[in-house]
Design a binder for this molecule. Structure first.
Ligand code: SF4
Length: 220
């Protein structure tokens, strides 16, 4: 039953929105950097910050390791919280350099579980950022949960508040085939649905998930 419902949601979203081609980023390192920069801001701002890093030829793990956080911060200013994010970025890059010689490909050879534990021990890396890195930069079949996912599932009665990140993640991971490509596309499609339709005030009328049974409750 749950498998059918989650599959139906995926199929409807994919049919409406098509492939999302996530994550926007040319290299695994750029995706890792983007995963930190996108915390609490929209992607357009992240793009500006990444463009600054590219212009300064800083999208390189060893260079990012060497630069001081105080010098990095102005470059990523467009992403907001730039002092905090500079420190977080430095912490992530230090982890990558200390454990994997700054090479995401080397990191990807470790198990998802081991990597996740390591990432969560890096200051400023929470479950959503860690899982975004695991899925989109390192190719691990880990489902990324975000506020849109929680909202859509709650409104359709598939979960009940209070929502729990790992409970929602387990719901997907234990129900669907554990496939990187599927989790990649599914998360991106949920974000697309959330941005266009499942807003704080939902636009159910033209949403591809209408008329699935759902309850409209202000959750956030
Ligand atoms: S907008 Fe309405 S139909 Fe669409 S996902 Fe949200 S609650 Fe469901």
């Amino acid at each position: 039953m749950l498998h059918e419902t989650l599959t139906e949601i995926y199929n409807r979203l994919f049919e409406r929105f098509g492939p999302q081609h996530w994550w926007p980023g040319q290299t695994p390192l750029e995706i890792m950097v983007g995963a930190v920069l996108t915390q609490n801001t929209n992607w357009a701002n992240v793009e500006k910050a990444i463009a600054n890093l590219k212009q300064a030829s800083l999208l390189d793990a060893q260079k990012l390791r060497r630069i001081e956080a105080a010098d990095l911060a102005p470059l990523i200013r467009p992403a907001g919280y730039f002092n905090l994010k500079a420190r977080r970025l430095k912490a992530l890059i230090e982890w990558l350099c200390d454990h994997y010689e700054g090479d995401p490909g080397q990191a990807a050879r470790r198990s998802a579980e081991g990597l996740r534990e390591e990432l969560l021990s890096v200051r400023g890396i929470g479950p959503e950022t860690a899982d975004s890195i695991l899925l989109y930069a390192l190719g691990k079949p880990v489902f990324v949960v975000d506020a849109y996912t929680a909202r859509i599932l709650t409104r359709h009665g598939l979960i009940a508040p209070p929502v729990d990140y790992h409970g929602i993640q387990a719901l997907f991971q234990n129900t669907l085939p554990r496939e990187t490509a599927l989790f990649n596309e599914y998360h991106a499609l949920l974000v697309c649905c959330g941005k266009h339709f499942c807003k704080p005030k939902p636009l159910c009328g033209n949403c591809p998930l209408q008329p699935m049974p759902h309850e409209i409750e202000e959750f956030y």
